[in-house]
Design a protein around this ligand. Structure first.
Ligand code: NI
Length: 256
């Protein structure tokens, strides 16, 4: 069984053919999909999706959305975390590449949700672009109560990777690992123990090389696993089994 540990199936880009997309995922051996609902307006839609057998859900407010957050959103988030199939809080974090929300607001909204995750004993799914140094500092200040989690779509250096792993985090690997120019990311995968890697699509974004420029979908997580297997010089099945196991161990709510 393989898992797409990071999908945005509630995105409007899937509205026209969601059933066909889910069928293709299942045909490709994707046994579970983790739906990441990180914009308040999609929370209810994602909760509805999570009522299906093989779909689990994570709720949070993305750094892009930070400036839109209101107090009531956090109350609603806390309520949603009591739902049975909620695996994590996320994706939450900092995005200093796009800066769609002012940085001080991103920080405030991120810290608030980090506290909520700690309170509810949930792992976190972290979105971070061009802000790894600050993220590491925030995590160092949480020592002792830092939740477990994944650095989604990791794009940092091998040195940064090591630091996050020492803090108990896993690294999410996405379609870009298959791009011809991604030698730096492939080096990170090569140097990181496979027990610390998760396979993600981030669909509808970041389609792997074989589908580049097209809409990404959960079935294509196989391309990411294929690349991890090639870098680690192991079989596809072995890479699939290990990365699936990593996800099951981190997101314990799927065992309930
Ligand atoms: Ni995402």
């Amino acid at each position: 069984m393989i898992i797409d540990t990071h999908a945005h199936i509630s995105d409007i880009k899937f509205d026209a053919d969601r059933e066909a997309v889910l069928q293709r995922a299942s045909d490709a051996g994707v046994g579970k999909i983790f739906e990441i609902a990180c914009e308040v307006p999609v929370w209810d839609k994602a909760l509805e999706l999570s009522k299906r057998d093989n779909i689990y859900v994570s709720f949070g407010i993305h750094p892009h959305e930070a400036a839109k957050a209101v107090d009531g959103d956090f109350e609603k988030l806390e309520k949603l975390l009591d739902e049975k199939k909620v695996i994590a809080v996320g994706e939450i974090g900092l995005d200093y590449h796009y800066d769609f929300s002012p940085r001080h607001v991103q920080r405030e909204i991120f810290l608030k949700q980090l506290d909520i995750a700690i309170k509810h004993k949930k792992p976190v799914i972290i979105h971070c672009r061009s802000a790894y140094e600050e993220l590491l500092t925030i995590f160092k200040n949480c020592r002792g109560q830092l939740p477990k989690g994944v650095i989604h779509c990791f794009s940092g250096t091998p040195e940064e990777a090591k630091q996050f792993i020492e803090m108990g985090f896993l690294l999410g690997i996405d379609g870009p690992v298959t791009f011809p120019k991604s030698d730096k990311l492939r080096a990170v995968v090569a140097e990181t123990d496979i027990s610390k890697l998760l396979a993600e699509t981030d669909c509808p974004y970041l389609a792997p090389q074989a589908y580049r420029g097209k809409r990404n979908e959960p079935a294509y997580v196989a391309e990411v696993i294929k690349e991890i297997a090639a870098i680690k010089k192991i079989s596809f099945d072995e890479a699939a089994e290990i990365t699936t196991d990593n996800a099951i161990k981190l997101f314990t709510a799927i065992n309930n």
